[in-house]
Write a protein that binds this ligand. Sequence first.
Ligand code: BGP
Length: 480
Amino acid sequence: CESKTVKEARQSVRKFPDRFQFGTATASYQVEGAWDADGKSPNIWDHMTHTDPCSIDDCRNGDIANDSYNQYKRDVEMMRELGLDFYRFSLSWSRILPTSFPDKINEAGVQYYNNLINEMLKYNIQPMVTLYHWDLPQKLQEMGGWTNPHIVDWFSDYARVAFELFGDRVKNWITFNEPREFCYQGYGTVTKAPKLNIQGVAEYMCAKNVLVAHAKAYHIYDKEFRPNIGGTIGITIGALWYEPETENDVQLAEEVGQFEWGQYAHPIFSKTGDFPPVMKERIAAKSAAQGFKRSRLPEFTPEEVEIVRGSADFFGLNHYTTNMVYKNESLNGYYDVPSYYDDMEAKLYQPNHWSAGASFWLKDVPWGFYNLLTKITEEYDNPPVFITENGFATRGGLDDDDRITYVRGYLNALLDAIEEGSNIPVYTVWSLMDNFEWMRGYTECYGLYEVDYESPQRTRTPRKSAFVYKEIVRSRALDP
Ligand code: BGP
């Protein structure tokens, strides 16, 4: 007969629901390398890292990265070692369409993705494909990139090509990865490519064009492809949890959430087809006070509202951490220049006592994940939420107990949210392996597998966390 403690331990094991799916993620620029191989044209990350190398912490780039372009069989072998249900990766637009347009399909680039997908399917690992994970063809950037409304058509043409090429085998599609991050950091500031730095204006133009481009791609899939091949299509939004500093900041924290992720979620999932009311009102008022003749936040036309609302089968969520929020008193009224953070009227910070890894912004706060999941469930009438990224950065080494604590803590929070009624069928670790991290280069390690960047093959070695994740995936359970 079982001892009391063994019995208690067995009973306290938390099971994941039937059909729950486990995966890991990467993105094209961060792992593929082969930046100019076989006809691929440059994207904005190639351009930025070649013209301004030390905009990246270690002055390195993704020219070779993990060489996944050549090492894809090893990547699939790792997925098998982990026992994954699926693998999330992104397509490089400029590898498939070197002119950016569908006039010339690059067969060699297509072959790479076919090889990867077919190798995965051999072992019953499902592909989850992101169409756009930040690597815009440089030529399109030279025509304004995401600030040019014509990009809506350029993106839809690219999406249609991707659905035609891979739709027979890919059943889960994501249009965009984290639009706020590439719109705000790339167009509003100099943090990411293309470093446009026109704050308070360009990131909102980008946001609108991305939302309409997403919606068009969704409807192309829904009307032209889904009837014959099935499948689902959604968008991945990056969202932190915003915790009010005091009771007086509760409303403010809510508003910050509306700015930071409601900006993309509200138009699609609230069924209004429009930006959150707090953004519309606040930015219109500030724009007028600043002398603008119209709001810096562009308006959707009635036709755009129609296609944006409800344009996703699932809410893809990338979640990493939590920020505290308090009122930005220091601004004391209106700025005389547009600023996203002034529009938001808040300051954000993380207390020092929250435990951190290698990444300065990423602290281990699992209760924030639970709060965010239950908030999304309530706010948008319980959509399926696919966790498309969650993970922790270390400085390297195979003993990554911090990552193990983090993943287990966040999975516990996820199970709490499921118990409370949230519909969460998918969880994805960022990342399968170390890779080129935006701005940080190779100084931060997110991988379940360590990558040796000195070796020509970019040798991959499992960390301790890989064995822990493998056991979670195998047992479909978490012992608290
Ligand atoms: C997400 C991105 C990933 C990955 C991760 C780690 O925002 O979708 O591509 O890079 O964050 O982020 P960072 O490199 O900023 O630490």
